[in-house]
Ligand binder design. Structure first.
Ligand SMILES: [Zn+2]
Length: 560
């Protein structure tokens, strides 16, 4: 109370002082939210009843009475009707453009059988012009009765004039139809590329259409690039969708060449999401040469982050482990092409770090995590101590002895709780009970003092943060076979999950001074939720909706 009074006083003094010498009265806020149940995520003043916004900043947080007094004739007053107000969600790991394209492509995510999969592609192919590629999809064969990978034969009959390359939801493999394979020049005689696998029919040796990890490049190379206008439409769809689910900031892990698309949206006043546009690590020199360093830019659009890959994914059995997969004993996963030749990743991280850039690397299997932590440790030794905020993206399967290294080395664990309730359906058949114990180890990581940053990896998982908070707090797998939680000892509280999704992800992009909490002086990014997720049964959180989203002081989404 005292603190909020003081901050009000400061704001008032600032306002009157600022206007001394002009003929106006005190500055009125543009907008106030009153009658609210505010959880600020600011440990100094965790709750409040009302908040005032001037321009793009939060200017006062306090009691209903105090804030109502600030409102003037031109202030918009939003009555929150006692609903929960939180800082806008900050998704620390998305693929924003693919998300936008997916919103307008074939949706295979919840196709529950090979038949449904092929029917949906058939129907979609009937709508697109011949010759135009069908991509995206986000299928998941783990939902299908025998969990067998699809083959090109499933879709060839419906897509003779239409090249198809639809990806599994993790993006680590895709299915090409015969036309796409022909255009890409992939035949029986094409060898597997480093870091990739062309899946072949065991009888004939012919490619089945499934291309894993680096083998996907054969096809990607021949898919014509989207035009600037198509990209703009996709980015617009993505930012509108983000606003509708209360996501006000994203950290785009594959923004390599799309910064200009976001800039155009920003110039047109259509960007409703703050974007940290992260570029591919192998291209670090492009940024390095400009002299740009970590998190450079405006509060709306920043660059300076670099994302690398150490391995594949669990779903594609390409995540790199020490021990083989139980259901594929001939492999323990593969390191990506970025890990070759030996020493290349270390050199790249060292040089990019020395240039002041911000390095984050995808690591899923326990061996990949160990390798990347060791590379980070080596670089810290060589380049010396500084506030560099190395991150591991996913940090999915950790050996128990590696967990404490995150806090010790100040490596941020950028994790996606929804994957736990998704992969949790079948992960144990692949890696067994023992390795599963330290999978998505939210509790152990937090207890060890590590910083967690939460996100979704959209389009791998839905962008809606409520599903991720629900997942972290319940660990109830999607098949509902673990009603009390899969590896229940790794659950965390709703409060901790929201913290990782706001404060944690702001820290993970060097933005904790301007966002992540509802605090006077910070950017006005706020959401109102339909229910109080801190008091309802956590099992109901997945049904909670966003009522209103404010980003940069503007209402960017509102249920009417
Ligand atoms: Zn990703």
């Amino acid at each position: 109370m005292l603190r909020s009074f003081i901050s009000l006083l400061i704001i008032y003094l600032m306002a009157t002082n600022f206007l001394a010498g002009t003929d106006s009265k005190a500055i009125e806020p543009d907008l106030v939210i009153v009658n609210a149940n505010i959880h600020t995520m600011d440990q100094q003043a965790p709750t409040a009843e009302a908040v005032a916004v001037l321009g793009n900043r939060i200017v006062a947080v306090g009691s209903d009475n105090d804030i109502r007094k600030l409102a003037g004739r031109n202030t918009r007053i939003i009555d929150a009707k006692k609903q929960l107000v939180l800082p806008g969600f900050n998704d620390s790991h998305v693929h924003f453009m693919s998300g936008g394209f997916q919103l307008s492509s074939v949706d295979l995510r919840d196709a529950n059988s090979p038949e449904e999969f092929s029917q949906r592609i058939k129907q979609f192919a009937e709508k697109v012009n011949a010759g135009r590629w069908i991509t995206g999809g986000d299928w998941d064969h783990e939902r299908w009765p025998k969990a067998q990978l699809p083959t090109r034969q499933l879709i060839d009959a419906y897509t003779q004039g239409t090249p198809v390359f639809v990806n599994r939801l993790d993006g680590h493999m895709g299915l090409a139809n015969s036309l796409a394979l022909r255009l890409a020049g992939v035949t029986k005689d094409t060898p597997d590329p480093p870091g990739g696998i062309i899946v072949r029919d065991p009888q004939t040796g012919e490619p089945t259409g499934i291309l894993k990890d680096a083998a996907q490049n054969f096809v990607w190379k021949v898919i014509p690039a989207a035009s600037f206008d198509e990209k703009l439409a996709a980015a617009r769809a993505a930012t509108n969708h983000a606003a509708s689910v209360g996501v006000t900031s994203v950290q785009d892990m594959s923004a390599g060449t799309d910064v200009g698309v976001y800039q155009t949206l920003l110039d047109r006043g259509e960007l409703k999401t703050r974007i940290y546009a992260v570029a591919p690590l192998p291209a670090w020199e492009r940024l390095g040469r400009t002299g740009v360093r970590a998190h450079f830019g405006s509060a709306m659009l920043r660059v300076g982050g670099l994302k690398g890959f150490a391995d594949g994914s669990l779903g594609s059995t390409t995540a790199l482990f020490y021990d083989p997969y139980l259901d594929a004993p001939n492999t323990s996963g593969i390191a990506t092409d970025e890990m070759y030749p030996e020493g290349a990743m270390l050199a790249r991280v060292r040089d990019a770090d020395r240039a002041g850039l911000h390095v984050m690397i995808h690591a899923i299997g326990d061996r990949a995590n160990d390798l990347i932590l060791s590379i980070y440790e080596q670089v810290i030794r060589e380049n010396g101590d500084r506030d560099r905020r190395f991150r591991i993206e996913h940090a999915q399967h950790l050996r128990p002895q590696d967990i404490a290294r995150f806090a010790r080395d100040k490596v941020i664990a950028s994790m996606q709780p929804y994957h736990a309730i998704d992969d949790g359906r079948w992960a144990e058949k692949r890696i067994g009970k023992e390795r599963a114990k330290t999978t998505y180890a939210f509790r152990s990581l937090l207890d060890s003092g590590a910083t967690l940053a939460f996100g979704t990896d959209w389009t791998v998982a839905p962008l809606n943060p409520m599903l991720s908070v629900y997942a972290a707090a319940t660990r109830r797998t999607l098949d509902d076979k673990n009603p009390d939680g899969w590896i229940a000892e790794q659950k965390i509280s709703v409060e901790e999950a929201v913290r990782a999704y706001t404060v944690g992800s702001a820290f993970a992009e060097f933005q904790e001074k301007v966002k992540g909490t509802i605090t006077p002086g910070k950017l006005a990014d706020l959401v109102i939720l339909s229910r109080d997720i801190f008091t309802i049964d956590p099992n109901e959180i997945e049904n909670v909706r966003v009522v209103l989203t404010i980003m940069d002081g503007r209402v960017v989404y509102e249920v009417k």
